[in-house]
Design a protein around this ligand. Sequence first.
Ligand code: MGD
Ligand code: MGD
Ligand code: MO
Length: 773
Amino acid sequence: MPQDAVKIEPYKGPAGGWGSAQSLLQSIRRDGAAQDVLRLLPQQNKKDGFACVSCAWAKPAEPHPFEFCENGAKATTWELTDRRATPEFFARHTVAELRRWNDHDLEYSGRLTEPLRYDPETDRYVATSWPEAFRAIGAELRGLSPEEVIFYASGRASLETSYMYQLFARLHGSNHLPDSSNMCHETTSVALPQSLGVPVGTVLLEDFEHTDCILSFGQNTGTNSPRMLHPLQKAAKRNVPIIVFNPLRERGLERFVNPQNPVEMAGNALAGQDTRLDSQYHQLKAGGDGAAIMGLCKAVIAADDKARAAGRRPVIDHDFIAQHTHGFESFAESARAIGWSLIEQRSGLSRAALEGAANVYCNARAVIAKFGMGLTQHRDGVETVRLLINLLLLRGNIGRRGAGILPVRGHSNVQGQRTVGISEKPKLVPLDRLAEQYGFEPPRWEGWSTVDACQAVIDGKARGFIGLGGNFTRAVPDTERVEAAWPGLQLTVHVATKLNRSHLLPGKVSYLLPCLGRLEIDRQAGGPQAVSIEDSTACIHGSRGKREPASPHLLSEPRIVAEMAKATLPANPRLDWDGWVADYGRVRDAIEATYPKDFKDFNKRLFEPGGFPRPLGARDRIWATDTGKANFVTPGTVSKAQDPQPADVLQLITLRSNDQFNTTVYGYHDRFRGVQGTRMVLFMNRADMKRLDLKEGELVSLACAIEDGVTRRLGGFRVTPYGVPEGCCAAYYPECNPLIPLSHHAEGSKVPAAKAVPIRIDRAAAPRPFGAV
Ligand SMILES: Nc1nc2c(c(=O)[nH]1)N[C@H]1C(S)=C(S)[C@@H](COP(=O)(O)OP(=O)(O)OC[C@H]3O[C@@H](n4cnc5c(=O)[nH]c(N)nc54)[C@H](O)[C@@H]3O)O[C@H]1N2
Ligand SMILES: Nc1nc2c(c(=O)[nH]1)N[C@H]1C(S)=C(S)[C@@H](COP(=O)(O)OP(=O)(O)OC[C@H]3O[C@@H](n4cnc5c(=O)[nH]c(N)nc54)[C@H](O)[C@@H]3O)O[C@H]1N2
Ligand SMILES: [Mo]
């Protein structure tokens, strides 16, 4: 694709508005299929329509006429493209050649159309038949020990596919079921059960109508879950304070014009009016959240101590604490003991700023705390998420209307995949029930997380990889080490819609299996099928594809999983894979049988407006924790990574632009950050630039400052002054992933600590990262 000239200048508009409408039109033009897009978009996130393939944000019971956003629409357009990566395309390009293409160009070649087998003789993918592919994959899997095979899932596949996939892996004898969640909200999935006894957030969409205050930590709403701007905007119009903690000034958290509200759009164009979203914006240091939250808690506890000493009404909800929580005293002591100077130094925020925020928090009856990768992708992420829950518990903000903890999930069904058994942790899966339902003895050992799986590939312990979607080698840290080891695998299989970098590192035997996307009509023996997904608020939605498939050779994901299972496993009288494929309703019945409480009357409720909520004890103040109560955590380290570093070390934040979905790069325009035509940008604080003697526009190299005997260096980053705190800098994912050591991950959850990577900057030339544009 021809590149726009590089242009970097501050963006003055709001999030949403004409900018987003224009950006959308550009992407529709770019991807073709305009008629289909315009016909299909209105059915996105509607009853009997399809669930958006972009983010996991909740879908309201009464959707807007156009219940989609700029980036959801981009994801739709990207999938509906007219372009096709046919066997002729692969005949023209060797794999070695394609490996030199960047992420954008690989996916831009279009939808995969036929099953492909890697031919090492010619270094090309060649067309094969489905029966041959399944037969070969089955034979290979039977030849490997189940303990050597990774069954990865990216978070997009439906509940039905995911349930079948985990069952396939377990029947085969493997718990190696890492998924994208291991790089994402696994931190949340570890923290929440310890504190609240639930693995997922407690907030429902309707809570936004009753909340009095919203705290936002490390989540870039305008780019990554733009439909959430609607409830945020409504709340802002009710004067609900929105308090943001983010090292970067993100336009999508500051101001918003609703592009689906013509009156507002016209008003904006004429008078420059938009909704101011944040009422406080705290630019803390990367990873300074633990310290900042301790500061907030300290201020709340101090206010309470003071109020009670003076005989005034307490600030803390002591009745709630006595009845429902455990560990308050010890936590309160630690909050009283920690010094403000340490809090200020590690958070990068002043005591006055934190007390100001705490004051607003204390004056609100019902508070929602939402968060994203800015909390989870840190070494002490688990503790930080638990501290945020502590803050909510202080005033009883869990299990109350208008209040709660809200992890904003990424992939559209990433939360649901965990719900139906995709997990490397056997204790999270009802193995006894599966054993009984399907008459087998499931493996009980702990499987590999994503980071473990990478290490196993490097160590030669893993020999097979099945990928249900995703772009594994591109999304993981330590890209170069993982890529170097990857071709040592005996078997690699990718179920995918589009070509990506991971597909270009074939194992000895390698297949690329093209599947239907969620937007496409899925016809099976029992008629057109619907699937389902779970959103960030634990509500489950049906989704029905509406478009003719991109190629007549595509199979659905459930069918592909079933055929791989049939080709690998002995026949099982209790399991009728073909019957499941003919009618996904029967898979849903099986899911209901395994999870009777979560999926009660699953088929009947499939298309309930707004989705049907899974029952969550914490919403009703029933605590399934070790103590039977909500647990305060007493912190150990609190943002320790922010202790003074050598003067030349900066903490690198790796993040998403407004023109990408994870490793899918739609284009090179990060509108809200004012960057056009390139992704090779290093956002820096001006004081750091001056101190390190760097000029705007200068090209520099980055080197990882963690010493473990491996050199990790990348060049070609353009120094760009930006609103980030001193000592921090930011650049895009996945280009920066080679800089992150596998060992640099969150304690307890193993999520790569991609939001604070210690680096040094120098001018010496270093290889440009793969995909650099
Ligand atoms: N359009 C689009 N939508 C997406 C995605 C996409 O790539 N594109 N990806 C999907 C996926 S899988 C996910 S997980 C989500 C990700 O969505 P987010 O959770 O928003 O993830 P990021 O964009 O990586 O970064 C989040 C924000 O955290 C801030 N941040 C960085 N470090 C810190 C810190 O130490 N503390 C605090 N408080 N903030 C910090 C960054 O400045 C950034 O604004 O979005 C999903 N939706
Ligand atoms: N440095 C750094 N690294 C990160 C992150 C970060 O913030 N910083 N974020 C992490 C996070 S939060 C996540 S979730 C991971 C993402 O990791 P992944 O989920 O593995 O990656 P994606 O880029 O979402 O995968 C894109 C590919 O999915 C395939 N695909 C798309 N739709 C479908 C479908 O319907 N079916 C199938 N079978 N395939 C499909 C296409 O082939 C496409 O190329 O990356 C992580 N890595
Ligand atoms: Mo994610």
